[in-house]
Design a protein around this ligand. Structure first.
Ligand SMILES: [Zn+2]
Length: 475
């Protein structure tokens, strides 16, 4: 029978069929590509493992060197300590949370595939952390920081290509309504209620990009036996400084700290150790210095500089003033001030802000801005350091150990090591793609843990990580 469809219609139908087939092939290819592409959780896990393999390739060997305090055991000490650190790397927030994951067969299998180590129950980990001397994990943290310094990964952040900026500050960790141990600090409120607490003094290496790495820890805690006055931040600083000098004898350090620190004892310690400092200075602090500043400012109008910067539609006007050669008990200090006006004015912010610092570095027209900016970096220890550790998954204030003070200190060091690994991962250049579209780190870590629980781990990319050679670059 003769085909009655006109030729032009047949051609149109053929074209349409070809077009549909092409679209279908494209869609199939897209689906195949999407299936082959790692899930978000797997991609984040890969970045995390990459950081461990490439920045700390000897981590497991270093864990093996920790002296075992046990006589007999089912799990090796490496397995125990790695679980303690991973509790914080995975941002579990409590021992029970990680135990729940461990009960899931797939999670445990994935963990063992990745690290070639078993995941012990956290009660087993806890029993070891109750007995392990707290110096062991702190020493491990120092070893990891020294690795970063030896690899020169932090050198690009130095002030004037010389000084590593280290912020010093204290924060509360745990508090109790009953006396917890003989070293607790205690405070009685007006209503007669006594609280017992354990603050910590931290020295953290900070950078403008957002790193806040614990390089020394000193607990503010009362000594054994009788004492006149309770321990305090300034007394703890003397011990912290000794520890810093012992661990990093030749490291050029520039300390930044709040208004508690401009005092003679602090200046003496910095001079003895060859450290620079930039401290927050409150009007009226150190009365002789403050009088000199007020007397000299009207006579040095030339030591002033204006700067205008634009951030999108925001205009930032800054006025800097400075004075050198101020004397405080034989120490030569410099004073610098930055008055900042942001237009349009931000909601809830004052029309202008004033930042005043004292330093033992010389201030000039070419250095005043960077010195002021570095002094203001001190906030990093509170934001990127303490706040992240308290509120963004690490549970700094959670009572990981209610009874054993020794265990609590060991958990604290595990937290610092876990947070260090995560920070290096998040701030590596290759990780930035995952932060697009307003993705938060907290969300990405949820994806990571969800992948360990339910995903399908393809072993090969993880197995070849150790053999690959590339450098991890930080923002
Ligand atoms: Zn206590």
């Amino acid at each position: 029978m003769k085909n009655s469809t006109p030729a032009f219609l047949q051609r149109r139908q053929h074209r349409k069929a070809r077009h549909t087939a092409k679209r279908q092939a494209q869609r199939r290819a897209q689906r195949r590509a999407a299936a082959a592409e790692p899930s978000r959780g797997q991609a984040v896990l890969y970045e995390l493992c990459k950081t461990i393999h490439h920045v700390f390739p000897n981590l497991f060997d270093q864990l093996r060197q920790v002296e075992d305090c046990r006589q007999k055991s089912d799990y090796t000490l490496v397995e125990i300590l790695l679980a303690g650190i991973m509790l914080f790397v995975f941002q579990e927030g409590s021992r029970n949370a990680l135990n729940n994951k461990r009960d899931e067969k797939k999670f445990r299998k994935h963990y063992e595939c990745l690290f070639k180590l078993r995941l012990p129950h956290l009660d087993t980990v806890h029993r070891v952390l109750c007995r392990l001397p707290d110096t062991e994990l702190e020493q491990l943290k120092h070893t990891l920081v020294k690795t970063l310094l030896e690899k020169k990964m932090l050198h690009k952040y130095r002030l004037f290509e010389r000084w590593f900026v280290v912020a010093v500050d204290g924060t509360g960790v745990v508090s109790f309504s009953e006396q917890h141990c003989e070293h607790c600090l205690h405070r009685t409120s007006k209503t007669g209620k006594t609280t017992y607490f354990h603050p910590v003094l931290e020295a953290k290496l900070i950078t403008a990009s957002g790193l806040s790495i614990s390089i020394a820890t000193e607990w503010i805690a009362n000594p054994d036996g009788e004492y006149d006055k309770q321990d305090c931040e300034r007394k703890a600083f003397v011990r912290l400084a000794a520890q810093l000098k012992q661990q990093y004898p030749r490291l050029p350090i520039c300390l930044t700290a709040d208004g508690l620190y401009p005092y003679q004892g602090f200046f003496d310690i910095c001079r003895q150790n060859g450290w620079a400092f930039i401290l927050t200075f409150q009007d009226g602090n150190l009365p002789t210095v403050w009088q000199d500043v007020q007397g000299l400012l009207p006579r040095t109008p030339a030591q002033c500089q204006h700067q205008r910067r634009y951030h999108g539609s925001t205009v930032i006007d800054q006025t800097f003033r400075w004075l050198n050669h101020l004397d405080s008990g034989g120490h030569t200090l410099a004073w610098l001030e930055c008055v900042e006006i942001v237009t349009p004015q931000k909601k809830g912010k004052p029309p202008q802000s004033r930042f005043v610092h004292l330093t033992n570095l010389t201030v000039t027209a070419s250095t005043v801005r960077v010195l002021s900016r570095t002094g203001r970096l001190r906030w990093k220890i509170e934001n990127e350091g303490f706040n992240t550790q308290k509120h963004l998954g690490y549970g700094l204030e959670h009572k990981y150990a209610r009874v054993s003070w020794q265990a609590a200190k060991n958990y604290y060091q595990c937290l610092q090591i876990g947070h260090l690994i995560n920070q290096l991962t998040i701030l590596s250049t290759t990780f930035q793609v995952h932060l697009q579209d307003k993705k938060t780190c907290r969300h990405l870590w949820f994806c990571l843990v969800a992948f360990l629980l339910e995903g399908h781990l393809s072993q090969s990319p993880f197995d070849t990580l150790a053999q690959q050679r590339f450098q991890l670059r930080l923002l």
